[in-house]
Design a protein around this ligand. Structure first.
Ligand code: DHB
Ligand code: FE
Length: 309
């Protein structure tokens, strides 16, 4: 069996990775960013899952205009760190989990979501910067403490998926997790990207603190309402790259309250401007303890949580 314990959300600003790689984390500008992750690093040491399903977006690194998959599930053994123009970041390559990923693919595709399965790809800052933020500085010859299943969402080339679609995929992902009957697994799902930022054009540098915090509020307490926000609202309010935030809805859609259980607990929340050209948002929420398994009816629909359990 597998248990989905916590969701973690974070921006994945490439300059954060560069600040770590170049030893600038103690500089006042960057210290303010990294201070927001101190709680998380301690928590992460005490709550290391077996596997992280890491929802992110590729930035025309592994994919480009030649192929535009909406949802990619990484089913490979290993994912090398990409060279994004300055050589690969000096961090460990990422170890996958092919058996569990194959199970997720089987369940999610049979649950009517068309995933693209990818066994070989490089991973860019969208995936490695969150790992660095949470697990700290590790050299290329070391190992991340978790296996990672990459889940890449296309938010670079239009058309992009809606928040609702991502949320529904999260529910399908959770049904898949709950059906695993292999080895005992502790699973986290991370949603990365955002928050408000626009990197080019007349609105370059746009930051919208009010909207970002409303997004966090609704993500915590009103995820279903959040699914009604059209993708153009993300772009209008949070900038052209703010659309990365739809990635977060996948991790949220998989949480217990979407299956009739209790609302998640907010463990940590952080918001800071600026980091490079963006606002940094970070949130850790956990499924309430005491609920370990979900029953399925014949149609494969999860039953509400047993209040006695
Ligand atoms: C930048 C790029 C990103 O992909 C992102 O998510 C945030 C910031 C940047 O170039 O500053
Ligand atoms: Fe990005």
């Amino acid at each position: 069996p597998a248990k989905y314990t916590s969701a973690l959300f974070t921006s994945h600003v490439p300059a954060i990775g560069a600040a770590m790689d170049l030893g600038k984390t103690e500089e006042p500008y960057w210290k303010q960013v990294f201070d927001g992750y101190q709680w998380t690093r301690k928590w992460a040491k005490e709550n290391t899952p077996d596997v992280v399903i890491l929802v992110y977006n590729d930035h025309a690194t592994a994919f480009d205009a030649s192929i535009i998959p909406t949802f990619v599930l990484g089913t490979g053994v290993e994912y090398p760190v990409a060279d994004e123009g300055y050589g690969p970041r000096p961090v460990p390559d990422v170890q996958g989990y092919p058996e569990f990923a194959a199970h997720l693919a089987q369940s999610i595709i049979q649950d009517d979501f068309d995933l693209t399965l990818v066994n070989e790809m490089v991973v860019d800052h969208g995936l490695t910067v969150p790992l660095s933020l949470v697990y700290g500085e590790l050299g290329a010859d070391e190992q991340w403490p978790v296996k990672v299943i990459p889940l890449a969402v296309n938010v670079v080339q239009y058309p992009v998926p809606s928040g609702r679609r991502c949320y529904e995929l999260g529910k399908a992902l959770r049904r898949a997790i709950d059906k695993w009957d292999g080895e005992e697994l502790n699973v986290q799902i991370w949603g990365t990207g955002g928050m408000s930022h626009q990197l080019q054009g007349p609105r370059a540098g746009l930051i919208n603190k009010e909207w970002d915090n409303a997004f966090l509020d609704h993500l915590i307490a009103d995820p279903l309402g959040l699914t009604e926000w059209p993708h153009m609202e993300y772009v209008d309010e949070a900038g052209s790259e703010g659309i990365e935030l739809v990635d977060w809805l996948i991790a949220r859609g998989a949480m217990d309250d979407q299956f009739g259980g209790e609302a998640p607990e907010v463990d940590h929340r952080f918001y800071h401007v600026p980091a490079s050209n963006t606002a940094v948002g970070h949130l850790v929420i956990s499924n309430p303890v005491g609920r370990t398994a979900v029953d399925f009816d014949e149609a494969g629909i999860a039953a509400p949580a047993d209040p006695e359990a």
